[in-house]
Design a protein around this ligand. Structure first.
Ligand SMILES: Nc1ncnc2c1ncn2[C@@H]1O[C@H](COP(=O)(O)OP(=O)(O)OP(=O)(O)O)[C@@H](O)[C@H]1O
Ligand SMILES: [Mg+2]
Length: 364
């Protein structure tokens, strides 16, 4: 398998799909650039697999169109869309050897036997399983089976590859290794890739862009760092990364800032959503790394003072949970390992927030 010289875009326009009374996709539009690694991220049941199946042609939309390289594929059956797919469950044929599994699509396309052998060998080598062609799927580990599924998707030289939670059944260390491998293969081939996961750290580490989905809709489509730093809704803020969340009330606002009351504290911070009116209930979000522990009577303690409740040691940092008198608990991320000795359990501490990096959204 050689470097792909050509990459293809995928666009989905105003797609709807319902199963009986369940709306699986609700007016979804999305363009995946040629050569891009785009991830669909969202909780179980939000419509990720349905969207992949629509692009692959296994499911027909009730409405809307799907184009590959600018050409509508709505009328094309799956095998004519030139898509390689890795399914949520490996779906290898148990009675066939590994090599026959990988070569199956080529055989269906009536590629000559000698060429199949060469392409299967190259695909197996790409996923580092060149020696295992004669085995049956049951004689392989879960990680190896998933590599075979990837080889089977790539061997047809597809225009686009779709991967549905390919690593969900694989343990953490192997998963990290396979993520790196997948990314390297994808970059080497320059192949347009749509990847599904409900694991936000997997999405953040692999993707050029991420579409965060909820209830059959795309909530936000952005580069990983933009999603993390500029979430567009309280759903995205809650779903991506660790975050503290507090109810508050809008007390005042200007063009660019608003002042909110949180318990008995007044805070002024940048506006991050257009629909914030005075008197409205809102939600304030702030990441644990944007909070700092300061002496309990320090003027810097803009969020107030509480007591150290718990330490959670995480290797590179310690998460310190601080309980306030009104029972709110804040998670403060302290770099390094010293927080456990610097801040004793029960000790009074002040909490300082970097409000420039806080997010505020209307309460739903
Ligand atoms: N064949 C089907 N018949 C009826 N309902 C379906 C069918 N396929 C999916 N659904 C429903 O459509 C919605 C979206 O399902 P989908 O499989 O796309 O979710 P998902 O985001 O892939 O979830 P998961 O992370 O659990 O795989 C769910 O409510 C699901 O129950
Ligand atoms: Mg799914």
């Amino acid at each position: 398998m050689t470097q792909t010289t050509e990459s293809f875009s995928v666009s989905v326009a105003n797609v709807r799909k319902a199963y009986g009374t369940t709306t699986a996709l609700d007016d979804v539009s999305l363009t995946v650039q040629a050569g891009e690694f785009l991830t669909l991220l969202g909780p179980s049941g939000c419509g990720k697999t349905t969207l992949l199946n629509l692009i692959a042609g296994f499911v027909q939309p009730d409405q809307g169109s799907i184009c590959i390289d600018g050409e509508s594929v709505n009328e094309l059956p799956p095998y004519r869309r030139s898509i390689g797919m890795v399914f949520q469950h490996y779906a290898l044929f148990p009675h066939m050897s590994v090599a026959d599994n990988v070569g199956f699509g080529l055989k269906m396309h009536q590629v000559p036997k000698s060429e199949i052998a060469v392409r299967v060998k190259a695909a197996l080598e790409m996923v580092r399983l060149g020696q295992l062609g004669e085995r049956r799927p049951r004689e392989l580990s879960g990680g190896q089976q998933q590599r075979i599924a990837l080889a089977r998707a790539l061997v047809i030289n597809p225009k686009v590859v779709l991967l549905d939670e390919p690593f969900s059944a694989i343990d953490k260390n192997l998963r990290a290794e396979m993520q790196v491998e997948l990314k390297q293969i994808q970059q080497r081939l320059g192949i347009t890739t749509i990847f599904v996961t409900h694991d936000q750290s997997e999405a953040l580490s692999l993707s050029d862009r991420i579409a965060v989905m909820s209830n059959g809709q795309i909530e936000q489509l952005s580069a990983p760092a933009d999603l993390y730093r500029h979430p567009a809704s309280s759903f995205v803020a809650s779903f991506i990364g660790d975050i503290n969340r507090f109810p508050c009330v809008i007390k005042a606002r200007t063009e660019t800032t608003c002042t909110v009351a949180m318990a008995d504290t007044l805070l002024t911070l940048p506006i991050t959503h257009p629909a914030l009116s005075i008197g409205a209930a809102a939600l304030l979000f702030i990441r644990p790394e944007e909070l700092t522990l300061v002496p309990s009577h320090s003027d810097a303690a803009n969020l107030g003072t509480g007591q150290v409740d718990t330490h959670v040691y995480q290797g590179t940092h310690v998460d310190v949970y601080v309980r306030f008198a009104d029972a709110r608990v804040l998670r403060v991320r302290h770099p390094g390992w010293q927080a456990t000795s610097l801040f004793a359990l029960g000790q009074a501490v002040g909490v300082q927030a970097n409000l420039q990096q806080a997010f505020i959204f209307p309460a739903r």
